[in-house]
Structure formats: C-alpha cells, structure tokens
Design a protein around this ligand. Structure first.
Ligand code: SF4
Ligand code: SF4
Length: 737
C-alpha cells in the first residue's frame, strides 16, 4: 500500500529526539548534572550560607534520585562522556556529588516525610537493593502502599559488598533508612519470598503488582571459556564476594591474611574490591585477569582506572591477559594456578575468550579468591512461573513487565547485570510502568533517543584537580582514603563545567531566580537582510539561514533567505543580537533593561555585574558607594551602546564591568567578548579625548567579595585624579575639530 520510508527522519524516535549534555545522556537516570553543577558554582563561600544552598540542591536531586548520596561515593559513569574529557580532564562530577552528600547525609534524618496519602493500592517489591529501593520510592511518591521484602537483615543489596574504604557504612545506612522513612515504605527484613506460587500468595494478601529485583547474590564459578575449572574440596579456595560480604558484616579479623599470598581471579570492580580488601587484611595480593590493561583496547580490563591505580599504589600485582586452566594443590591445600595466555576476550558475538595453551605460566599462592562475576537466584522466578517454555526470562526491556504474568515486573541485575545506576534506572522505569498498569493505562512505551550536545568552545580550559588520596602506607585500614572537596574546591570545580546542554535542559538561572524566565531571541524577518553574520557570531551552532517564500497577493512570487534560531538549542547569549548589522535580532524579554533604564542621572560609577559570578554584588554593602549596580546575565551581553550611554546620558564618570574568571563563563567566552568590546570602546573614548581609565573590565572570581573594596577604591582614586567627566564639552570639542 505504501512505500514505507525507513530512514531516520521517518522514525518515531527521531521525531522525539532530544538534545542533552553528553554526561546526562550517559547517566542512566538522566540526572540534571548541568543544572546542579551551575548551582554548586554559585554557592557562596560562607559555609553556613552554602549549607542552605547544598540542602536545596540536594532536595532537588533527591526527588529523582534518593540514592544520590551513595552515588557521590561510587558512581562516576557520566564522567566518561564529559565534553571536558579531552580538554583538561572530565569535570569531577562524582566528587561534586560527594561534596553534596557529605552535607546532605547529616541533614537527611531531619527531612520531612512525604505528605502523600497511600490510597492507590498495595505493591510488593521483592529485593531491597538499589533497583528495589528506587522502584519503592517511585511508587511511594505516586501514592502506593509499598512493602519491600528482603532476605537480609539490612537493605542495600549488592551495594553492601562495597568496602567501607570506598563507601562509608553510615552513608549507606542513612541513605537506605531515610528512603524508607521519608517514603513511608514498609519493610519485611530477613524475609525470603519463595515456595510454591509466591505471587499468588502475595496477591491473597492484597498486593496488586510486584517488582522483582533480587539481584545476583551468588558468585559465578570459575570457567576456562565455557569449560568449568574444578577445585574439588581444596582448602583456601573461595569467592571474593563471600569475603566482601563477611568483611562488610564485621566477621573477619583485621589480620586475616597476614603473611599469606592471595590470588584474586577477575578484572572487574568487585575483583579489585576483593583484592584491596585482602591487602588491607595483611595479604600479599596478585590479581589475575583475562583482559588487557590497555584501557583503549577492545579487551580492556573493566575495573575503573581509579581502582587499578589504587591497587597498584597499594602494592597489588596485576597479571593481565591470563585465564585459569587448572587449580592445583598440595594434598588438600591450594598451592597454585596454571594460567594460559588469553589472546582474545571479545569477538563480534561478544564475550568469547580464546587461549593459547602453548603459552602458560604458574602463579603460586596460599589463598585463591574467584571473583569473575555473579549469578541470580532463579528459584523465585521459577516458583513464580516467569520462565517461558525454553527456560528464558521474558521481560519487556523498557517497561520491565513480565511477558508471562502482567502483574509482575522484573528489573536490576536479576534481569541484566550492569552498574548500580543501571539497576536504579530500571527501578525508576518499573515504578512508572507499574503505575500505568495499575491505572489501566497503556504500559507499552518506546525508547527515546537522546543526543549529546556538542562541546561549547572556550578560549581557556582548566586542568582537572589532582586526586587527593591518603598515602598508601596510611591506607591499610577500612577508613576512607579519598579526601573530598572543600567548599572552595567544589565551587572551583563546578565552574569548570561547560554547561553543554541547551538552556531548556538546565534552567538553573530560572530556578535560582537569576532571571524570571528564559528569554528568547527573535528575528524580524522583514528587516533581516540575509547577510548571515549571526550564523558566524553564534558559538552554539544555533543560527541558520532558511528559505522563506515571498508572497504577493497570496501568491508565491519567489524565495527569500532569512536567519532563523532554533529555540530549543539557543542559549540566549545575545551574541547574534549584538552582531546583527541590520538590527533584525532582539532578545525578549530583556531582563536587564529595567535596571539599565533606572540608572540615576548623576555622577558616579556604574557597575555591570554578572549574576553568576557576582550574584551578591547588588545587595552587598561594600557596593553601596557605587552609583548603580546593574545585574546582567553575562557581561558579554552588555552592548557598547549600554556602556556609552552610561557616560553620555546618565552622567557616569566611570564604568566597571564585573565578569567571571577566564574559563568560567557560562556563555563560553562572554567575558572575553566583553573584554574585546571594551578595547574597542576605549578607542572610541580616546578619539573623543576621554581617558580610557574611566572604563574597566574585571574577569575574576570573588564569591566572598574580598577583592571588591580594593577594586572600587582604586577605580575611585583614578577617577578622582581625572576629575569630573564633562562629556558634552568633549563632544563639542570634537565637533569643532
Ligand atoms: S562539561 Fe559539564 S555539562 Fe558538559 S559534559 Fe561535562 S559535566 Fe556535563
Ligand atoms: S542568542 Fe546566542 S545561542 Fe542564541 S542564536 Fe544568538 S548567538 Fe546563538
């Protein structure tokens, strides 16, 4: 019937494509990274006032991700796609979130519980790890009466395996306890859901929907390719996961491996957690893994670079590109492993290791810890009848609804092993789907494809701050070895963020009251000459030239070329407005106009101050001696005419522009553009015989306002020496010339 188009433009996904900063596209829960980075960058340098701001940022993050205080310690996935990565090192988003976490965690117990009536029905969440907790939270905020069933004494799931030197126990305990308290979620601990027809039994208790997120609690046995590698009943052969579990529960003495050679098999983060834990228990540790240490290789070791570096510093040896073919012992005690060379880990079909049996080595040790992955407990899924006739777990990957039982949803590691934040995202998505299912709405949804925005250009890029770790000698315990950001460091690091996404994906300026709404750029097509200057002026690739039909008496009589701005991508920076020679572009509303217009007509200093870097300036007493402070969104937006009119029409004898420091501008290089504009205005002033020292631009960071009194005093001294500005006299002198 149709000649169906299958190209990109014809796909539904393309129609709903959205542009976000690449960090946010990478984050499975789409956290508002840009917005909260901007907010951190605007915190005052006074710890008490900053605390208030941090709680506000935390409240904003908490709504979407009540686990963010934990993420700040262990999740930095977004950093792998940061646009700053190749410019000086990714923005340290995880550490920024840890900074928030360190202030927000002590506040959490005082946070009021949700004020929501739970009258939408009962939902059972089976498994209290990150996925289950996120689902329970999402349902709770929608008015459901949620009960979490977990067979452990404490909720937290696999996050409990993370050693305390990476994630302090009290941070995790507080996060979990407060989600439960604030969300009004019921919990059945030490409770294993199982036996025949578990779902039917829960249904009899009034539960109407179920989310199964039981994770992967069992360690995966050792294999060489697909062949099992047996150890029989050999002593001192165990699993890294068991060690982490026991250490987390405080059941292992601190010198457990003293004087012993421990071999850890595996290349993931859990293997490195086991290795570094064994090292802290006194062991002499070697890691053996299939993968290569080259992070750019297809067969790269999956553990985070920080984990590998930390392990190296702690004296852990890494034997890469080796499998384990045989486990050997002396009598019944473990003694060594035979390790053939691994020549390939992945092929086009995925994980499919290949070995060279002619190249093998032996690694000797006293203890072997196998840590090559985890497996789910399939019993509940089996008892609940959730496998199809071929034994597969059939689940819609977007809604997480079981194809065998529509009231059951399955997510997190039990469905697909991933990072903690992947499991959290599945919990969120399941809560949304369960809500729709129980409301009788269509549960089905399609994937929305997001596009990462291009890196904005800056003239100056700053280098990432160095990692602050305690020395390896002082690290052989379970206290945190990473030192978090101070307030000053957090502000400085957040200022590095390029704010890559479109304004509509951030709106930090609107949320914080810097401006009441996002202004829009308008083009008067009747005035636009089609010269294209705006296209070159726009740093955000947002101005385009488009063809428009020319109409005469309702008929098309030709084509005209005019400029167009994509409203979704425009940053309202105003560069195109300032650049347009025909005056066809305008910004509306121009929120600075009112402040500009009300400048009193009397001598003194007019100060245009960027609201991002100098937000406090208009209210600060130290600015009281100035004639007027005009808050602007960026000094790059202050037009030459604004400055000249301050002198000519308002009688100012000095003008001061206060902008953000180099590399900190929220509009790429608006501060540099202002500097260039000032050089041009200096020339105009000098051509009228007016000393250029009357106009000064400062690009700096001064969140406490310490530099201000000095700056103002020096400008005032200069102006006093120059005497009053008699602009009209200069004009008429020039006329006479
Ligand atoms: S520079 Fe900022 S907004 Fe851009 S990708 Fe990095 S963290 Fe995200
Ligand atoms: S206001 Fe800035 S981002 Fe928007 S079209 Fe003009 S130059 Fe481009």
């Amino acid at each position: 019937m149709w000649q169906l188009r299958t190209d990109k433009d014809a796909l539904v996904e393309a129609a709903v494509k959205q542009v976000l900063p690449p960090c946010q596209v990478k984050c499975p829960i789409r956290e508002s990274i840009q917005r909260t980075n901007v907010m951190i960058s605007m915190l005052p340098n006074d710890p008490e006032k900053a605390r208030e701001g941090v709680v506000q940022i935390g409240d904003y993050l908490y709504e979407r991700n009540p686990f963010f205080t934990v993420c700040g310690y262990v999740c930095g996935i977004c950093e792998s796609e940061c646009n700053y990565k190749t410019k000086g090192g990714s923005v340290k988003r995880r550490l920024l979130k840890r900074f928030l976490s360190d202030i927000y965690t002590p506040y959490l117990p005082t946070k009021p519980p949700l004020d929501i009536v739970k009258d939408k029905g009962k939902v059972a969440v089976i498994g209290g790890g990150p996925s289950g907790l996120m689902c329970a939270w999402g349902l709770s905020t929608r008015g459901y009466d949620v009960t979490i069933f977990d067979d452990n004494p404490k909720l937290g799931g696999a996050v409990r395996y993370i050693p305390h030197y990476r994630l302090p126990e009290d941070v995790l305990d507080t996060a979990v306890e407060q989600i439960v308290r604030i969300g009004g979620i019921k919990v059945e601990k030490d409770f294993k859901v199982g036996g025949d027809n578990p779902i039917a039994k829960l249904t009899e208790q009034g539960f109407r929907a179920f989310f199964i997120a039981t994770g992967t609690p069992h360690p995966r046995p050792l294999t060489l390719g697909v062949k099992p590698v047996e150890s029989g009943d050999m002593e001192n052969v165990g699993y890294g996961l068991t060690l982490l579990d026991q250490v987390g529960k405080g059941k292992i003495p601190s010198d457990y491996y003293l004087g012993q050679r421990v071999i850890v098999v595996g290349g993931g983060n859990v293997a490195f957690d086991a290795a570094r834990t064994a090292r802290r228990l006194g062991g002499d540790v070697t890691v053996v893994c299939l993968e290569t240490l080259d992070k750019n290789h297809r067969d790269a070791i999956p553990a985070d670079a920080e984990e590998i570096e930390g392990a190296r510093q702690e004296g852990i040896r890494i034997v890469a590109s080796r499998g384990v073919g045989r486990i050997m012992g002396n009598e019944s005690k473990f003694a060594k492993i035979d390790c053939p060379k691994c020549v390939r880990v992945f092929d086009e079909r995925g994980f499919n290791p290949e070995f060279d049996p002619s190249d093998h080595i032996e690694v000797e040790g006293d203890v072997l810890l196998i840590t090559i992955g985890q497996m789910p407990d399939r019993s509940l899924l089996q008892f609940a009848g959730l496998f199809d006739e071929r034994g597969r777990l059939t689940v819609d990957p977007l809604t997480h609804q079981s194809l065998e039982n529509e009231s059951v949803f399955i997510g997190g590691d039990v469905r697909k092993v991933g990072f903690m934040v992947d499991a959290m995202a599945e919990g969120r998505q399941a809560a949304y789907a369960i809500d729709r299912y129980l409301k009788g709405a269509i549960v089905q949804r399609w994937a929305i494809e997001f596009e990462g925005s291009e890196p904005p250009r800056r003239a100056v890029y700053k280098t990432e701050p160095p990692a602050k770790w305690t020395s390896p000698d002082n690290r052989m315990n379970f206290g945190m070895f990473e030192v978090g950001f101070t307030l000053e460091e957090a502000i400085e690091e957040a200022r590095r963020c390029l704010e890559c996404g479109p304004c509509v994906s951030c709106k930090a300026c609107v949320a914080t009251g810097i401006q009441p709404a996002l202004p829009t750029v308008k083009v008067n097509e009747r005035i636009c000459s089609g010269c294209g200057v705006c296209v070159t002026a726009c740093n955000y690739h947002t101005c385009h030239m488009v063809e428009r039909p020319v109409l005469f008496e309702g008929r098309v009589i030709g084509q005209d070329t005019v400029s167009f701005t994509d409203p979704l991508l425009c940053k309202s920076c105003g560069q195109c407005v300032a650049a347009c020679p025909a005056g066809a572009r305008s910004i509306s509303p121009d929120f600075s106009a009112m402040a500009r217009d009300k400048i009193a007509e009397q001598p003194g200093i007019v100060c245009f101050a960027c609201k991002f870097g100098w937000a406090y300036a208009a209210e600060d007493d130290r600015f009281a001696s100035l004639k007027e402070v005009v808050p602007v969104i960026c000094i790059g937006k202050v037009r030459a005419t604004d400055i000249l009119e301050a002198f000519t029409k308002k009688g100012a004898n000095g003008v001061l522009l206060l902008g953000c420091a180099q590399g900190d501008c929220h509009f790429m290089d608006g501060n540099l553009d202002a500097q260039k504009r000032v050089i041009m205005i200096h020339k105009i002033m000098e051509s009228f015989g007016i000393r250029k020292e009357r106009l000064e631009v400062v690009t700096s960071i001064d969140p406490r306002g310490d530099k201000m009194p000095v700056l103002i005093a020096s400008l005032r001294d200069r102006l006093n020496r120059l005497g009053p500005l008699e602009w009209k006299r200069h004009l008429s002198a020039n006329d006479n010339k």
